[in-house]
Design a protein around this ligand. Structure first.
Ligand code: HMG
Ligand code: MG
Length: 286
């Protein structure tokens, strides 16, 4: 019988590279996306249309989008914190956009310079424009179990922001353990609370791997019915506003883990290995 499908959304070009201290060449970013396009992903997050002063690494977003070889069947996504970012992403031909909020007020201020309520206000015109142009809009909630500034986050706080993003029109809400210190127990309670309002089919898990528990957290997500997980080839990543956080869980590890659990991902392991070697070569020397 055919095994059940799980979607891995590839993060390396965006979450992976945004935190690299050395500016990675635009051509290398394009090469990375092209290698990933060959692996069988349905969705690749390519870049962010954010302030180049805040995140200099993503300043070449239009050039990266223009340079990639688009493979039919792959959706190329970009982060868009406001309508200005959306307009730029649209002009660059993004197939999908993502707004990003936080369950923590302090992280919201540090990451996007506004309160949670203000962030939702800023996303309203993005939501309207994405509907108008028929561009799917994803939503992130950061700090779903823990915040680098506030510590543990109440599950109800995460559920509330997830609900706001869902009401805004996000087709999927990606739940981010931004600092990668979530325990499976905390993740389970958080998911149970969010699932009180939102179907598992609309949720994704986005686990950083600082405490090396991301695969366990994915297992908890699978048990709770989630079938979409974000991961980063080469384990690259982190958020400039989450000091000390490690990268996203490694795509190769997630793929292998899902296979042992009997799920199919549609990814080509040999091609993933090749992309991972290149991704790792882009990391700054420690
Ligand atoms: P602000 O200062 O409140 O906004 O920043 P502003 O409208 O006053 O603009 C400030 C400056 O940014 C101005 O330029 C604007 O022109 C410019 P300046 O006068 O300083 O030269 N600007 C823009 N430039 C390019 N594209 C835009 C744009 N908007 C304004 N779209 C803002 C607010 C959101 C812009 C800023 O805080 C920002 O860019 N933050 C980016 C933060 C970020 O990218 N963080 C990492 C991604 S989130 C993440 O990694 C978490 C996630 O992985 C999930 C998880 O792990 O939890 C998704
Ligand atoms: Mg992240």
């Amino acid at each position: 019988s055919a095994s059940e499908h799980v979607t891995i959304v590839e993060m390396a070009p965006r979450d992976g590279l945004q935190n690299e201290p050395r500016l990675v060449d635009t051509d290398d970013k394009i090469r990375l996306v092209d290698l990933l396009s060959d692996c069988g992903f349905e969705r690749i997050e390519v870049t962010s249309f954010v302030s180049p002063r805040w995140v200099p690494q993503m300043a070449d977003a239009p050039a990266v989008m223009a340079g990639i070889a688009r493979r039919p069947g792959v959706r190329y996504a970009a982060l868009t914190p406001n309508i200005r970012g959306f307009d730029a992403a649209l002009a660059a031909g993004a197939d999908e956009v993502a707004v990003f909020a936080s369950a923590s007020e302090t992280f919201s201020e540090k990451n996007i310079n506004c309160s949670i309520a203000e962030s939702i206000e800023r996303f309203l015109p993005v939501a309207e424009a994405s509907r108008h142009h028929g561009i799917p809009m994803r939503g992130y909630v950061s700090c779903v179990v823990e915040c680098p500034y506030e510590g543990p986050i109440a599950p109800e706080a995460t559920a509330r922001v997830a609900r706001l993003l869902s009401e805004l029109g996000c087709y999927e809400i990606s739940l981010g353990d931004t600092i990668g210190r979530g325990t499976p127990e905390a993740v389970d309670i958080m998911l149970a609370t969010v699932l009180g309002d939102i179907d598992a089919a609309k949720l994704a898990g986005h686990f950083h791997n600082t405490s090396s528990r991301a695969l366990e957290n994915i297992a908890v997500g699978l048990d709770r019915g989630l079938r979409v997980f974000d991961a980063s080839t080469g384990g690259l990543g982190g958020c400039p506003y989450a000091p000390g956080a490690a990268g996203n869980v490694d795509t190769l590890a997630v793929n292998a883990f899902l296979q042992t659990k009997g799920f199919s991902t549609g990814l080509d392991t040999a091609k993933l290995d090749r992309a991972a070697a290149f991704a790792r070569s882009l990391r700054s020397a420690a």
